[in-house]
Design a protein around this ligand. Structure first.
Ligand code: ZN
Length: 569
């Protein structure tokens, strides 16, 4: 027999074997399923006999954070896995609670002050669950734990498609568990808000990711009723009240970080609608550069740390990242020699070395009254969450005029509008002019996802828009280096960006630093339009123009810039 025929025969035999393998495989799979089902029923029986709960691990998604409670070797050896946790209350699944190894681990967990709820699982169920230790999420999480890089956390975001399992889990589990899963899902996708919107038959759940709402699932009205009650209960809202708006808050732990959640509830036609704002107080402060300040605006921001009195106002609509900017400025001003006090609602980040206090309107601790008390504490720098009334505006400007740096926010569409806004509030021009130092107006645009973007030739209509803006930038800043590339990135969508085509956000800004000429114009009560023209002569680049500069750099898209600046100009 030649070598050739040997090989040929070999292949023939293999093909024959394959032909019979397919049905055999099917039968084997079927038998496995029956066997598995039998083992689950056995486990259920055993649990009943022992008087403990049973858990079908095959149907229980496990938060990878929980895996860190036990090392994989320990979990494997002791046949135990944690599968659900709220605070110190921990649910674990075991195969045999009387196993000495298992007992030892249970004892260890108790010593770590966990309040244990032991559930019985089948042996194959547990083996399956232990595979979670090999999952990408667990591995990536381990890496993050070592490096503590907040931006890496986004790397373990799983696509929104996985939320279909979540829906099943929510509809079959308790409302307490359901809510926990929705929160975890939001954290994993990097959502800032969760919206519950009742419709006629179902309730839509949406996550706001990078500023844009995405529908993640629809749940049954009946399931929602329990979920809504649970949400009201943990947010300390009145359970028996559903016809007037209510506010509340709660917090949960994820990745060993405390996440504060602000909850607002309004009655609607088909039931109560909730919006949850997730505040991760352990987030790190971004640098100006990371935030998106560039060119002259970056220099202006960096220069702020040298000022020793005056008001710095950050303006824009809700969700435009104003607080983030203020925190970045505070971070720059923060030093052992400087006393910084903040008045916030809510406290969004924790800053070391800064005295942060929470506003409590119900108890009369408002921005206005709080500021007066804060000034008696001899601060160098004060941050007030928002200037809403004349009282706060007056006290802030007096503080700015008496040697304090005052940081705050206002709701205005553009930088220059801040001036008439303060005057319309009742603040005298002779106060505004000397007190105000810098105005930062801003919006957030989404960054194009680097993983899936595609470079395409700029369509003629878009090119026209770009050329027009570049022309107007050249008029105010003839020296600024700008180039219109032949191709620009277009968003596509991939797993990394939850199929949105965008990942992360960047600021588009405009800044006015008050100088002698502008102060004089304010004192002479000149129109905001003439102040704007003066600022333009001095080289003010508008928010939209700043956005287009970022489009040219391939950071975002023209649609994004137009979307957020359409009201601005
Ligand atoms: Zn992508």
């Amino acid at each position: 027999m030649t070598d050739d025929t040997k090989i040929k025969q070999g292949t023939d035999q293999k093909t024959q074997a394959d032909a019979t393998a397919a049905p055999a495989k099917k039968i084997k799979k079927g038998l496995e399923a029956i066997d598995r089902d039998y083992k689950e029923r056995e486990a259920l029986k055993k649990a009943k006999a022992l008087g403990i709960s049973y858990v079908n691990l095959a149907r229980t998604p496990i938060n990878p954070d929980l895996l860190r409670i036990l090392e994989p070797e320990v979990a494997e050896k002791a046949q135990i896995i944690p599968f659900f946790r709220i605070g110190k209350r921990l649910r674990v699944a075991v195969v045999d609670p009387e196993n000495p190894e298992t007992k030892k681990v249970l004892e260890d967990l108790k010593n770590q002050k966990f309040l244990l709820n032991v559930n019985l699982a089948s042996e194959p169920g547990l083996q399956e669950a232990l595979k979670n230790y090999e999952s990408e999420q667990y591995k990536v999480k381990k890496k993050i734990e070592a490096s503590y890089e907040e931006k890496d956390i986004k790397a373990y975001e799983k696509e929104l498609a996985e939320m279909t399992d979540l829906k099943e889990k929510i509809e079959s589990g308790t409302s307490e568990e359901g809510l926990q899963y929705i929160n975890i899902g939001a954290m994993k996708t990097g959502a800032s808000d969760i919206h519950f919107e009742p419709e006629e038959k179902e309730v839509r759940i949406r996550y706001r990711i990078d500023g844009v709402l995405h529908t993640v699932m629809r749940i049954d009205q009946k399931v929602y009723k329990n979920l809504a009650n649970q949400l009201k209960y943990i947010s300390k809202m009145k359970l028996n009240v559903s016809n007037v708006p209510q506010d509340g808050r709660f917090s949960f732990i994820l990745n060993e970080r405390k996440i504060d959640v602000r909850v607002s509830d309004i009655p609607t036609q088909f039931g109560e609608s909730f919006v949850l704002r997730l505040l991760d107080s352990a987030r790190s402060v971004l640098t100006y550069d990371e935030m998106g300040f560039q060119n002259e605006y970056l220099t202006k921001m960096q220069r702020l740390k040298t000022i020793n009195n005056g008001m710095i106002l950050c303006t824009g609509p809700t969700g435009s990242g104003k607080t983030t900017t203020l925190y970045a400025i505070l971070d720059q001003l923060n030093s052992p020699e400087t006393k910084i006090i903040t008045l916030e609602d809510p406290i969004e980040y924790n800053l070391k070395g800064v005295t942060q206090s929470q506003i409590n309107e119900k108890r009369g601790f408002t921005f206005g009254s709080g500021l007066k008390s804060v000034l008696r504490q001899d601060p160098d720098v004060v941050m007030i969450g928002e200037i809403r009334d004349i009282d706060t505006a007056e006290t802030s400007s007096q503080a700015a005029l008496t040697g304090h740096v005052v940081l705050s926010t206002l709701h205005t569409n553009s930088a220059v509008e801040t001036i008439p806004r303060l005057i319309n509030m009742g603040l005298q021009p002779f106060m505004v002019a000397p007190a105000l130092n810098t105005i930062v107006a801003q919006r957030l645009v989404r960054r194009v996802c680097d993983h899936c973007k595609v470079l395409k030739t700029i369509p003629p209509a878009m090119l026209k828009d770009i050329e027009k803006t570049v022309g107007s930038i050249r008029k105010v800043k003839p020296d600024l280096a700008m180039e219109i590339p032949k191709k620009l990135p277009f968003p596509i969508g991939c797993e990394k960006c939850s199929h949105t085509g965008y990942k992360g956000r960047i600021l588009v800004t405009e800044m006015i630093t008050l100088d002698y000429e502008i102060r004089d114009m304010i004192l002479k009560e000149q129109s905001s339009n003439s102040i704007l023209l003066a600022a333009r002569r001095k080289g003010l680049i508008s928010m939209r123009e700043d956005g287009i500069l970022k489009v040219l750099k391939g950071l975002t898209t023209i649609e994004e810039v137009f979307r957020v600046t359409s009201v601005a100009r």
